[in-house]
Every structure is written in structure tokens, then in C-alpha cells.
Design a protein. Structure first.
Length: 328
């Protein structure tokens, strides 16, 4: 069923707003969107100019972020009373054009879709310790199922030896990053009014079991954290895919956002520790030693927290192009 041009224009703004709420490396928001006019679809493109070239030289994390934006756009279509029709990688000669979302048959949003839409604007990335309260096992089972629906797997790392090994790999990669002046300058440049809020970075990056990013150079001032809360690390998980193609990265992003929104709806948030996946040799160790041969796409902690920060987002005026605009 088609919609009028005016209706589609409003719908495109709605989709662009929703898509822009997705997580991205250091809030880089490496995407832009295009509406084709009439009822032809809503496009998601990777914005190469916003990719962090030292953090993400191969563009894998950029594509994952765009996959998360795609999932938000799908949910936004559902809230308008349609089923989304998704075409991944529509043009083989254009690797930055990642997906098209169209309006398919009329259908009311399901309870789960409405639940996710309702928390989309509240989800944010956590940095630092979680509350001591554990994530319920029943919820973890639900989160595993949410990832599976999108073609990925969420592996909860429960074995203490495996957890220690993963923590060592995170620290190894983080040490590599901290010794690289270019990298430290790149992530420091992501902190501020348009990036990662300063107040979100005030915990010492080594204050829980898994080392975090040292956005503010705190390790240069305090080699060891004033206090370490290993018991407040939260639940550690690895999101994996069977292969490592651009399609898999897009699926990982959609799975990630489905997991994050379902978790947010149940008062659970996530912190990311993808450093070992940014160093090829360390990522290979995560794959063979932790992920059972599958390709690790995200490492995250899950837990409860009452802390929140207003993370700035670019609005549709900055991210949404029209069909007669030259695509970047």
C-alpha cells in the first residue's frame, strides 16, 4: 500500500530520528540517510568522513553501527503501522550504501516492538561500574534469543577462567591503544559537546574487571584506580556471527540493538569493551579461545545502573538527504 509524498516525507523524518539514536564508536554517528521519495524507501549509508580511521581502520565497527541504526529504522516503520521490507547491500558497486528499508503490508506493531520503541530514546552506553544486583538468568536467556532472531549469538562468559582470559585480552589490546599517541588523540577528540559526554568518562578505566577506554588520560595521572569494583563488573558477553562479511556486520548491528533495547526495557544497560576486536592478533585469540571459532563482533558488560547522561545526537536536518541530493 502506497503512502502520499507528504506522508512519506514525515515518515522519513521519523525514521531518521529513530536511526540516529543507535550506538556508534565513541558517538561518532558514522551514517547518513536518504529518502527516495514517494514510497520507494529509506536508505542507510555509511559516512566515511565520520569513521574513526585508527580505531576502525577496516570499517567493521562503522557497519555494525549502521546495522544498529537500521534496526531502529525497522522499529520506527513498525510504529507507523507497517511491516518493514529490508534489502541489505542493495548496490554491489557501492559499499557505503548498506541498506534500504521500505514499507510493506499494514500491520500493527507487536507488543515487543512497541516496548523497544518506547525505550529507544532512553538507551545509552554505560561506562564504569554497575550496581551489585545481578542480571537475572531468565533475562539473559531472553537476550540470547533476541540475538538469535537476528542471525547472531550472544555468548555469556560465565566460566571464571574464561572470564579472566577475556579480561587479559581486553587489557592487552587496551595497552596497545594507550601506547599509540595517534589512537589516544583520536578518542580524546571524541569527548565533548558533540561526542562522548565528559561526565561519562570520569571513572578510572581500570575500575572493573574489564579495562575501559582512557578517554581523559586518567592512567597518566593514576596508574592504578583509587578503587576497583570487580564485583560490580556486571555480566560479560560476546556477540558473535558465523562469518565475517559486511552482511554479518550488519546483522551483528541489528542483533546488538535488539539486545540493547530489550535490555533497556528491563532496566539493564550495556558497556562496551571492543578493544581486543580492534587488534587483529588479539581478535583471533578471542575467536579461538572464547568464541568457539565464531567471529566476535562486540564485547560487552550488562548490568543495572541509575546513572544517565544526555548524549548529543545529530538530527534529521544533518543526516537526512533527499533523492535529488548528491550522495556522499
Amino acid at each position: 500500500m502506497s503512502v502520499s509524498y507528504e506522508q512519506h516525507g514525515r515518515a522519513a523524518l521519523h525514521l531518521a530520528h529513530a536511526a540516529s539514536l543507535a550506538p556508534s564508536p565513541h558517538n561518532s554517528q558514522p551514517w547518513f540517510f536518504a529518502e527516495e521519495g514517494h514510497d520507494h524507501g529509506f536508505e542507510i549509508h555509511a559516512d566515511r568522513g565520520r569513521r574513526l580511521v585508527l580505531t576502525d581502520p577496516g570499517g567493521r565497527e562503522t557497519v555494525i553501527a549502521c546495522g544498529a541504526a537500521l534496526f531502529n529504522a525497522r522499529i520506527a516503520v513498525c510504529t507507523l503501522g507497517f511491516r518493514p521490507a529490508v534489502d541489505l547491500l542493495p548496490e554491489t558497486g557501492n559499499p557505503s550504501y548498506l541498506a534500504r528499508v521500505a514499507f510493506a503490508a499494514h500491520a500493527p506493531a507487536t507488543y515487543e516492538e512497541a516496548l523497544m520503541a518506547g525505550v529507544m530514546a532512553h538507551r545509552h552506553t554505560h561506562r564504569g561500574p554497575f550496581a551489585a544486583e545481578a542480571v537475572p538468568e531468565e533475562l539473559l536467556d531472553d537476550l540470547r534469543e533476541q540475538a538469535r532472531v537476528e542471525g547472531a549469538a550472544l555468548q555469556v562468559v560465565e566460566d571464571p577462567d574464561q572470564l579472566d582470559r577475556l579480561a587479559d585480552l581486553v587489557r592487552t589490546a587496551e595497552d596497545v591503544h594507550r601506547a599509540d599517541r595517534g589512537y589516544t588523540a583520536e578518542i580524546a577528540g571524541c569527548v565533548g559537546p558533540t561526542g562522548v559526554p565528559v561526565e561519562a568518562c570520569l571513572y578510572h578505566p581500570d575500575c572493573v574487571l574489564l579495562s575501559g577506554r582512557d578517554y581523559l588520560g586518567l592512567v597518566r595521572q593514576f596508574a592504578e584506580p583509587p578503587q576497583k569494583w570487580v564485583s560490580r563488573t556486571g555480566t560479560v558477553a560476546v556477540l558473535t556471527t558465523p562469518y565475517d562479511t559486511r552482511s554479518d556486520w550488519l546483522r551483528a548491528g541489528q542483533a546488538l540493538q535488539r539486545v540493547l533495547l530489550y535490555a533497556e526495557a528491563h532496566r539493564v544497560r550495556a558497556a562496551f569493551h571492543t578493544q581486543p576486536l580492534e587488534v587483529p592478533a588479539v581478535r583471533a585469540e578471542v575467536r579461538t579461545g572464547i568464541a568457539f571459532g565464531r567471529f566476535p563482533q562486540l564485547v560487552l558488560r550488562l548490568g543495572h545502573t541509575n546513572q544517565t547522561w544526555a548524549t548529543p545526537r545529530r538530527g534529521p536536518a544533518e543526516t537526512l538527504l533527499h533523492s535529488d541530493t548528491q550522495v556522499r
